[in-house]
Design a protein around this ligand. Structure first.
Ligand SMILES: [Zn+2]
Length: 110
């Protein structure tokens, strides 16, 4: 499954599940799994074994990837979760645009 609409560093909002409504930055995109890792979203407690005096064991909270389909990119212009469209630039490069305000999502048009 390809994830074309979401990129690392995007701000996204969760649409479904226990973290519905939360926003966070995309830390990683996992195209093979169809999932994204979002900062502060889908946190789970994990038991960690002690690995030595400097790394004691205990319970840590980590984020787990969630389905890419369950998040929407937050437009940097209208600040709302939006559907992403595509626009072909003058040089034939593809830009992501907000379907609400038509603003470019990719700052600088990378
Ligand atoms: Zn917008």
């Amino acid at each position: 499954m390809k994830i074309k609409k979401i990129k690392k560093g995007d701000l996204v909002q969760v649409l479904r599940g226990k973290d519905k409504g939360k926003q966070g930055k995309v830390l990683a995109v996992l195209p093979k799994k169809g999932k994204v890792l979002v900062e502060g979203v889908n946190k789970v407690k994990k038991h960690v074994k002690a690995r030595g005096p400097k790394q004691p064991g205990g319970i840590v909270e980590i984020e787990k990837p969630i389905w890419a389909a369950a998040v929407a990119v937050v437009c940097p212009h209208c600040k709302k979760p939006t559907r992403v469209g595509f626009q072909i630039g003058k040089n034939g490069d593809k830009h992501r645009v907000c379907r609400r305000c038509q603003g470019l999502i990719d700052e600088g048009g990378k």
